[in-house]
Design a protein around this ligand. Structure first.
Ligand code: PFF
Length: 468
């Protein structure tokens, strides 16, 4: 299995049929990458940070961050993945050596692999909340809480009870990891591609239904659209700019080799720049649509948009209790959230599995089980940090918060910065041009400028801020 991608690219170059661990088409690759990008970041986090940071002006800054930093780094990451042709953790070392540079560039891969490991351990716990809420919606717990005298308090208690239960949190996390391991163990064509083919269209279909509902039934669509798109710059501060930039990384799944792994399975002749633009565009569309689905429902129930992380798990269920057909809407919403999270978790496990597959005698199944099992163990620590292990503090954070902080504030920006620098300065120009055939000299010059100057400066700012 080891040097698979390299031999495969050679086979594809020679016009051979696409092999088993290559995406069957560029469209499938785009779908998979969109599946990775679209997740809890778009549906859980984006709406609440928009709510907390005042709405329209924040959205504008976020869009600029995606365009000027997100898309160039995403392009660089996919490019490096395809160019390297090995598992992403090893690709940088192999490429650097091939081009006469130090093998130590492989550190970017190690950093990314570590980041994948840590992100998945806590992300899977939040994905477990989505599954729990799907269960609550179907089982009638949400409508029961909705019948309480004080609905707000009942929904708050439901969420607190979930967080206080080690069994519920570990159970949700275990189901998420088990599904993730099963899909990844089945390979690129047999597992990832099959899952993605129904997951991503499903995500868009449910979301479109929710937006349509919000637009027609809530009566507050106009207010939500105004909140999200009419910029009020007095509500914007420097902190908000940095939140927007950090989120651009997380939401595009960049800085930690997931997109490299997906890029490595892309055919050599598939256009890369336009793929990155399509992926970022669709991810942004989902984030905006999620806002347009959530805020009208929140406003219609007379609630505040700035509820923070509880927006989706407390505020939104309060609103669901108040609207006609709330149980169905709630079920669809949490199904959407769970599927979106799972199409992201598989992309985080993939680079770790590919590394083990290349470097150890483990089969793909064994590698998926070993790495997924280790992540599962660490995730149990994250789940327990909401209850029985809440008092265990490392640098003043519990384990969950520590991993969230370490990855978003340090590892993702650092990984993104190094990838931008590597592709901007170290990778030979002819290699970059060869990978980007088709974007034209002007497009190339723009991308190079963004990778060499704009992205490193912007990322360095987030990095410094994260450590302050
Ligand atoms: N992009 C995903 C989201 O917005 O939920 C999260 C994520 C997936 C981050 C994969 C990083 C990653 F490698």
């Amino acid at each position: 299995m080891a040097s698979n991608s390299r031999t495969l690219s050679a086979a594809a170059d020679a016009g051979a049929p696409a092999p088993d661990n290559q995406w069957s088409s560029r469209l499938t690759f785009i779908l998979a990458a969109v599946g990775s990008a679209v997740g809890l970041g778009n549906v859980w986090k984006f709406p609440y940070i928009v709510g907390e940071n005042g709405g329209g002006a924040f959205v504008l800054v976020y869009l600029l961050c995606i365009a000027l930093i997100g898309i160039p780094v995403l392009t660089a990451e996919i490019l490096a993945g395809r160019r390297g042709g090995a598992s992403p953790i090893r690709s940088f070392g192999i490429m650097a050596e091939r081009d006469g540079h130090s093998r130590n560039w492989q550190a970017i891969g190690w950093l990314g692999g570590l980041c994948a490991f840590l992100i998945l351990s806590f992300y899977s716990v939040v994905a477990g909340w989505a599954l729990a809420y799907l269960g609550y919606a179907v089982g009638g717990d949400l409508s029961a809480a909705g019948g309480a005298d004080d609905v707000g308090q009942a929904m708050g208690t439901l969420f607190e009870t979930l967080l206080a239960s080690p069994a519920a949190l570990v159970g949700g996390h275990t189901i998420v990891m088990a599904i993730t391991i099963l899909i990844v163990a089945s390979g690129v064509r047999g597992g990832l591609e099959k899952a993605i083919r129904w997951m991503v269209p499903g995500i868009f279909a449910i979301l479109a239904g929710l937006v349509l509902y919000a637009a027609t039934a809530s009566g507050e669509f106009g207010r939500a659209a105004h909140f999200m798109f009419a910029p009020d710059f007095s509500a914007l501060n420097w902190d908000a700019v940095l939140v927007a930039l950090g989120h651009a990384f997380f939401t595009l799944s960049i800085g930690m080799t997931a997109m490299m792994a997906y890029g490595a399975h892309l055919q050599k002749d598939a256009a890369l720049g336009s793929s990155a633009v399509a992926i970022a565009g669709l991810d942004t569309l989902v984030a905006l649509m999620a806002g347009l689905a959530i805020f009208p429902i929140v406003f219609a129930a007379g609630l505040e948009p700035a509820a923070g992380p509880g927006l989706v798990f407390v505020t939104l269920p309060i609103a669901f209790a108040d609207i006609p057909g709330g149980t169905i809407v709630a079920t669809l919403f949490f199904l959407f959230l769970a599927v979106a999270a799972l199409s992201s978790t598989i992309s985080v496990l993939e680079p770790v599995v590919e590394y083990l597959e290349e470097r150890t005698p483990l089969t793909r199944r064994g590698a998926a089980l070993a790495s997924g099992g280790a992540i599962w163990l660490l995730g149990i620590g994250c789940a327990l940090s909401f209850n029985v292990a809440g008092d265990i503090r490392l640098w003043d954070h519990n384990l969950f918060d520590l991993l969230d902080f370490l990855t978003s504030a340090i590892l993702l920006p650092l990984g993104g910065l190094l990838i931008a620098l590597y592709v901007g300065y170290v990778l030979p120009e002819r290699a970059v041009r060869a990978e980007l055939a088709g974007i034209g000299p002007r497009g190339y010059a723009v991308l190079r400028g963004l990778l060499r100057y704009v992205a490193p400066l912007g990322i360095a700012t987030v990095f410094v801020y994260g450590l302050m």
